[in-house]
Design a protein around this ligand. Structure first.
Ligand code: HDE
Length: 693
């Protein structure tokens, strides 16, 4: 921070200090925006020490005026987001598929900026709300900026952009009362979706564990729409984009997500920030499913319909490169808030399809950014600016930051030979697909099947995943106080799967109440697609996970050291939780500064836990409701729990049987092998039937 000198006219001198140089060698003196050095930034100019303030105080007025205008409108959707810098690197050349320059050279790193977000909540809402997550990547390629603006769910609620404002209005706080915030569990949302059967497939995903990710680092990403790739010869294939996290895809469970939103509303952003700060850089693999138009015509769904995915059994994934996020932002507002993604930012080699939702998006993003960022010159903001040269004759406008030189601002011209010219050889050319037809407002018949892929998702889930879907539908519909909405939704669920509908109806106490809803076309009976289940393909690993150690002063150093080694070897993180915030000592006198104190850190914040207090402190902990809840919650949240013999009285108080299942592991004597192998399974799914009926 800049140096401040004593105020000459002030009775109370404010903060003083000697002139010094900053670490960067810049002039450290505080100035106004006009560069005038400020002598006193603590006191307003007044007449006498207790007299009126003077309007001439330009220092006060400039500072307050700037502050008054610090806020810009938040994004109308995806307002709550978090981002980081990194790079993308192709595995090998992809010339057969695309001429996109950044996908050709494996030794080249393309800088990226990646923003994750929730959709419905305001900028200050909790990270762990049930919602779709945005997954936007800006590639600063040598051939211009390419934005892959995707989600963590591969399909979308609606088929046509014209319905987007209604969808979003329905999920946002209800217009008369202004609540609920960041939630879909309310009347207007369920009324809208139950009146639009095309939403069913995406609803299944949002009601599944995908709606409550464990962390951004453990989320898949999808381009959702069918795009095109075009090679130098002008040949094109359709593609679907997939991001797969190196850590594997994991989720919270609902009661945990609810607790975390209170204990740490910044859970996901803190996790991303911490992992990058600690040098454990999150990584994703980018793959495409590539298929020809002829192949697409053979599928039993329409690839232009964004409510449909292409099963991997039909078209396998081809990995094409990796993204690593290795640098946190320097300034949240300047970068994360001001970044402007746009699906129409494509580079030669990447093109669009006729997906009507995609086509609507191509218009919307630039339009919304004009009002959000206030000027057509927002591409000049550093985070939005291409890193390759760019030049044209667009001029003027609010907040023009450049000083264009030259006599002409038009093209063609014969007055300035040095001015920018078109380049037919390397410039962007649209794929020349043949299009014809009548002008009409109509939904294609090929978009009419709203249930078969919703059913595909349901039958591809493990038993635990199915249980969570039932739980989420029951919770959300339970929050709707209009019976007609519930019976309508039960009718849709019946069309997806009668077992699903029955379980939700039972849970709501509404058996036999489903409306009869006739599907537009017969519902198919698909074979399961194992790749749709998170847990079937989850890696058995602790990489990127957090182990919480609940302990006290005089903790056995053998336990602490063994656990610290384990998490290091496994690429995990250890967090120490103690009853108070101050430092503790091990039984060998080593000082440890805890990461959290007990009442500020419920066990919901950790992936697996160890309870190892010193024997002399067990009674103290047993008298703390927070410690007893810590164990009870860890058990109810299906976590793997390591314990020592001396901690058993705590388990007794929490009514948790230390022999209950394979997830309760005795680590007395610092033996952690069993704990590690159990924790690698992530959760003890079988326990769920015991703790939640
Ligand atoms: Fe967006 N979307 N969207 N969307 N979207 C915006 O643009 C829109 C859709 C997505 O981190 C807005 O700059 C329409 C699908 C992400 O800054 C806005 C339709 C997918 C982000 C907009 C859709 C997305 C946005 C609001 C239906 C996944 C956050 C602020 C036709 C493939 C980007 C902004 C960021 C943001 C419009 C549907 C992803 C209003 C009209 C499908 C990740 O322009």
């Amino acid at each position: 921070m800049a140096n401040r000198k004593k105020s000459s006219g002030s009775e109370t001198a404010g903060h003083g200090g000697e002139l010094h140089q900053t670490a960067t060698g810049q002039d450290p003196r505080l100035t106004t925006n006009q560069g005038v050095v400020i002598s006193d930034d603590q006191n307003t100019l007044t007449v006498g020490p207790r007299g009126p303030q003077l309007l001439e105080d330009f220092i006060l007025r400039e500072k307050i005026t700037h502050f008054d205008h610090e806020r810009i409108p938040e994004r109308v959707v995806h307002a709550r987001g978090y981002a980081a810098h990194g790079y993308f690197q192709a595995y090998e050349g992809n010339a057969k598929l695309t001429k996109a320059a950044f996908l050709q050279n494996p030794s080249e790193k393309t800088p990226v900026f990646c923003r994750f977000s929730t959709v419905a909540g305001s900028a200050g809402s909790p990270d762990t709300a049930r919602d779709v997550r945005g997954f936007s990547v800006k590639f600063y390629t040598d051939a211009g900026n390419y934005d892959l603006v995707g989600n963590n769910i591969p399909v979308f609620f609606i088929q046509d952009a014209i319905k987007f404002p209604d969808l979003i209005h329905s999920v946002k706080p209800e217009p008369d009362r202004g609540f609920p915030q960041a939630q879909s569990a309310h009347n207007t949302f369920w009324d809208f979706v139950s009146l639009n059967p095309e939403t069913m497939h995406t609803l299944m995903w949002v009601m599944s564990d995908r709606g409550i990710p464990r962390s951004f680092r453990m989320m898949e990403g999808f381009g959702v729409h069918t795009f095109r790739m075009v090679n130098v010869a002008g040949e094109s294939k359709f593609v679907k984009f997939h991001w797969r996290p190196r850590c594997g895809t994991f989720s919270l469970i609902w009661p945990e997500a609810v607790q975390v939103s209170g204990a740490d509303p910044d859970f996901h952003r803190r996790d991303l920030w911490n992992s990058i700060t600690s040098g454990d850089y999150p990584e994703w693999e980018l793959s495409v499913q590539a298929f020809s138009e002829a192949e697409a015509n053979e599928f039993d769904f329409d690839v232009l319909d964004p409510t449909k995915l292409v099963p991997e059994e039909l078209v396998p994934l081809t990995p094409i490169g990796k993204m690593v996020l290795d640098r946190n932002v320097d300034n949240f507002f300047a970068e994360t808030e001001q970044v402007a993604f746009c699906p129409s930012h494509v580079v030669p080699g990447i093109d669009f399809s006729n997906d009507p939702l995609l086509q609507g998006r191509l218009f919307s993003y630039l339009d919304t950014q004009l009002s959000r960022l206030g000027s057509p010159n927002f591409h000049q903001i550093p985070v939005n600016k291409p890193k390759c040269p760019f030049a044209n004759f667009q001029r003027d406008g609010h907040m023009q930051m450049e000083v264009p030189t030259g006599h002409v601002a038009n093209e063609p011209n014969s007055l300035d030979d040095g001015s920018p010219r078109e380049c037919p050889e390397t410039g962007f050319t649209s794929f020349s697909s043949e299009e014809s037809g009548e002008k009409l407002r109509i939904r294609p018949k090929s978009f009419a099947d709203h249930y078969t892929q919703a059913r595909l998702f349901w039958v591809s889930m493990t038993e635990a995943e199915q249980r969570h879907i039932v739980g989420a539908f029951s919770f959300e519909l339970g929050k709707c106080d209009k019976v007609k909405i519930r019976t309508r939704m039960l009718g849709h669920l019946e069309n997806i799967d009668s077992d699903l509908a029955k379980k939700v109806a039972e849970s709501l106490g509404m058996e036999g109440k489903a409306d009869a809803i006739k599907p537009f076309v017969a519902v198919g009976d698909p074979e399961p697609s194992p790749s749709l289940s998170q847990y079937d393909k989850a890696p058995k690993s602790l990489r990127g996970k957090t182990i919480g150690l609940l302990t006290t002063d005089q903790v056995k150093s053998s336990i602490y050291n063994a656990l610290a080694k384990l998490v290091k070897d496994e690429g995990a993180m250890l967090k120490v939780i103690t009853p108070k915030a101050g430092p503790i000592k091990t039984d060998h006198g080593k000082e440890i500064t805890p990461d959290h104190f007990l009442s500020g850190a419920p066990s919901a914040l950790f992936d697996a836990v160890v309870i190892a207090p010193a024997e002399s402190n067990v009674e103290l902990l047993a008298g703390e409701a927070a410690a007893v809840d810590w164990i009870r919650d860890a058990f109810a949240h299906l976590k793997v729990i390591g314990f020592t013999d001396v901690s058993k009285p705590l388990f007794k108080k929490a009514a948790v049987d230390t022999d209950a299942d394979e997830g309760l592991v005795n680590v007395t004597g610092s033996v952690f092998e069993k704990f590690t192998s159990a924790a690698k399974k992530h959760r003890i799914w079988d326990r769920e039937r015991k703790v939640r009926r």
